[in-house]
Design a protein around this ligand. Structure first.
Ligand code: HEM
Length: 448
């Protein structure tokens, strides 16, 4: 079986696993130089993956997404998210659940969140003191957590809200380095011995989170649909599938945690990278501030979202810093030909955002941050894929892009920031995601 996979990496599978956990970007860079844009890695105890950085082959995958099991390929996330998570579903069940979850994150609904996102950002930024360094990733994590709690969970005050906030942060921080992330990949580290083991501590926090979420759901269930409010949880509770079926408590709970898990760190991390790059390039900062100032005093938040240069800056950040090393794995359900290679049933293919986004034929000088490359230029779905594609395209892609633009616009139009350190910031694994090492230290120099 292994020998049939294209361009197999030959080093021992335990060594590949360690390298994949420690430095997934360096790993892909090294082997793509050796083997080209399609090669196969073998992770000890986890399985073999064909990594694909070829846009045509990725387009073939997106076009036939129903021919793959994708939820099954996300099994590693099951202990964190629960069995009713959208990410772990396949086939009709996945289609049905996506239909239920989509509306609150798209279209007109989004506009109703815009003001709230700006207010949350203002409130968190107002705590920065002139001359006192702060970690921008942590600040952005506060913003994105608050956005999820208010917009998705419908919580902005009260005892449950006060308890959930630190618990959720502590739960996610448990995998904040490559070493601590290892427990997600090694089953032997997944021992629940209460406070004695990291896994036990994580499970304990998860149980506390479950209890609080259940209490919130139970309380909302006592109200009529129209009394519950406009948050995503209320909309999810009111939604019915084509058979008139509502979501169960367990489904609601697992989906809340999935949205939190998928939407909170990803957005915070990408924003941290955006602040980093913008402040490394004074010309980019100046252009952005000029564009923001052109809207005059107190513009409508949705006007920010239309600004071309601000949009290009967010697009370029998402290109340069993919939040996950590869898209969700796609497992073939029958023999298939992709990218000119024949694959057996049960082969796992993993399109790589990183390999595509750093292709010199698509993005010349790919190592350089150049928002201009997105002005007037259109890339196809398999040439630019920060949010994945096909049937699994990120559920929150519209919210994430809106949030990024609103947060950047709110901060940059009111504050003058600068980087607190002059050294380059490297990428480091944080759970399943990739994050800036140290979180990017910045300082506010004055109010604008
Ligand atoms: C900058 C921020 C974000 C980035 C870069 C990002 C990226 C991604 C990627 C690459 C995927 C996998 C797609 C695939 O394999 O084809 C994904 C899936 C997903 N994302 Fe996001 N995401 C972000 C923010 C969000 C937000 C804000 C939410 C929720 C509100 C969210 C919810 C989800 C969910 C639920 C899935 C699974 C979809 C499914 O299995 O059908 N994400 N995201």
């Amino acid at each position: 079986m292994l020998s049939q996979l294209p361009n197999s990496i030959t080093s021992p599978s335990w060594w590949q696993l360690i390298n994949w956990i420690a430095d997934p970007i360096g790993f892909q860079h090294r082997y793509s130089q050796k083997y080209g844009d399609i090669f196969s890695m073998h992770l000890s105890g986890i399985g073999s993956y064909v990594i694909i950085g070829n846009p045509q082959a990725i387009q073939e995958i997106f076009n036939q997404d129903s021919q793959f099991d994708i939820g099954r390929g996300n099994e590693l996330a099951k202990p964190l998210l629960g069995q009713h998570s959208l990410m772990l579903m396949d086939g009709d069940r996945h289609r049905r659940e996506r239909k239920l979850l989509m509306p609150p994150f798209h279209g007109e609904r989004l506009q109703t969140y815009a003001k709230q996102i700006c207010l949350i950002t203002e409130q968190i930024a107002s705590q920065w003191q002139i001359g006192q360094p702060f970690i921008v990733r942590s600040a952005m994590q506060k913003v994105s957590l608050e956005v999820i709690l208010q917009i998705v969970f419908g919580l902005s005050e009260g005892e449950r809200y006060q308890q959930l906030k630190p618990l959720l942060t502590a739960w996610l921080d448990m995998t904040d380095s490559p070493l601590r992330s290892s427990m997600l990949f090694f089953q032997f580290l997944q021992q629940d011995w209460g406070n004695w083991t990291p896994w036990g501590r994580m499970k304990q926090r998860q149980r506390q989170i479950y209890d609080l979420l259940q209490a919130e759901i139970t309380e909302k269930r006592t109200k009529q649909d129209e009394q519950r409010g406009g948050d995503v949880l209320s909309l999810m509770m009111a939604a019915r599938d084509e058979n008139g079926q509502a979501m169960s408590d367990e489904e609601l709970r697992d989906e809340l945690l999935t949205i939190l898990f998928a939407g909170h760190e990803t957005t915070a991390t990408t924003l941290a990278w955006a602040f980093y790059q913008i402040h490394q390039h004074p010309d980019i900062l100046e252009k952005l501030q000029h564009e923001l100032d052109s809207l005059g005093d107190s513009p409508n938040p949705m006007e920010f979202a239309q600004l071309p240069y601000l949009t290009a800056v967010t697009q370029e950040t998402l290109r340069m810093y993919p939040v996950i090393p590869g898209l969700f794995p796609r497992i073939t359900k029958s023999p298939m030909k992709i990218g000119g290679y024949e694959f057996d049933t049960e082969t796992t293919l993993m399109p790589s955002i990183y390999l595509v986004h750093y292709r010199e034929d698509l993005y010349p000088n790919a190592e350089q941050f150049k928002p201009e490359r997105f002005l007037g230029q259109h890339y196809s779905a398999s040439e630019y894929l920060p949010f994945g594609g096909g049937s699994r395209r990120c559920l929150g892609f519209a919210l994430a892009q809106l949030e990024m633009k609103l947060v950047l616009a709110t901060v940059l139009s009111k504050y003058q920031l600068s980087l607190a350190e002059n050294k380059p910031v490297k990428v480091q694994r944080r759970g399943f995601t990739l994050s800036p090492t140290g979180g990017v230290r910045m300082v506010m120099t004055r109010k604008r």
